[in-house]
Ligand binder design. Structure first.
Ligand SMILES: C[S@@+](CC[C@H](N)C(=O)[O-])C[C@H]1O[C@@H](n2cnc3c(N)ncnc32)[C@H](O)[C@@H]1O
Length: 202
């Protein structure tokens, strides 16, 4: 048994939280907001019909768009309400309720590794701190030999970038690129966001 993610603790305190989260993104989409910046970056990183794992997928905002672009998407999330929504919205993809700290897709019959794993929308900042290294090691283990892991999260959300980089190194990942935004702006001393591209250390 692993420590509960901060997201799980939040939905236990407030069972409506997930439903409001789903509605918020429906409202943003209905108002014409661009919700696909992360998916566009990931799409540019891979060949056509790639295998993509959306780690902490929520209601499938990123993975669903990547599936629409022709990729084979597996999405995993600890929140069953969000996974049910993803499965309803994007039935062509595979969605599973899993804590990333216990991720073992081959044991669930999904054996093939991934060209890219994406963890967008502050997933890393919602992990139970005690599980961070295990999560990063699990993600590394699900990458193809030349696969890449892309994470994005905000500074000031309780996971310092220096700690993240140390945890990634301990999990056998090396950093290929540190950006400040999903539209490829450089990370500077004043950046309040990190988009990191990582790969397995040879
Ligand atoms: C702000 S949402 C982002 C959802 C999605 N990635 C997006 O960008 O639209 C954060 C997500 O991280 C998931 N999460 C947090 N800790 C997790 C864990 N240990 N295992 C799996 N999912 C987790 C939450 O359930 C939640 O869906």
């Amino acid at each position: 048994m692993v420590d509960k993610s901060l997201w799980t603790q939040q939905i236990e305190r407030d069972p409506q939280h997930s439903h409001r989260y789903i509605q918020r993104f429906k409202d943003l989409a209905a108002a014409g907001n661009d919700l696909h910046g992360e998916a566009r970056l990931i799409d540019a990183m891979v060949g056509r019909e790639a295998r993509i794992l959306d780690a902490g997928c929520g209601p499938g905002r990123v993975g669903g768009e990547l599936a629409r672009r022709g990729h084979t998407v597996v999405g995993v999330d600890v929140d069953p309400v969000l996974i049910a929504e993803a499965a309803t919205q994007f039935p062509e993809s595979t969605w599973r309720v899993v804590d990333l700290a216990e991720l073992d897709l081959p044991a669930a019959g999904i054996a093939e590794p991934f060209d890219v794993i994406v963890a967008a929308g502050n997933v890393m900042a919602f992990l139970a701190p005690s599980t961070r290294r295990d999560v990063l090691a699990n993600l590394a283990a699900h990458l193809a030999a030349d696969g890449r892991l892309v994470v994005g999260f905000g500074a000031g959300r309780g996971y310092e970038v220096a700690d993240f980089l140390a945890d990634a190194a301990a999990a056998g990942l090396s950093i290929d690129l540190e950006l400040g935004t999903w539209d490829l702006r450089p990370r500077t001393a004043g950046s309040d966001f990190l988009v990191a591209v990582l790969s397995r250390r040879p």
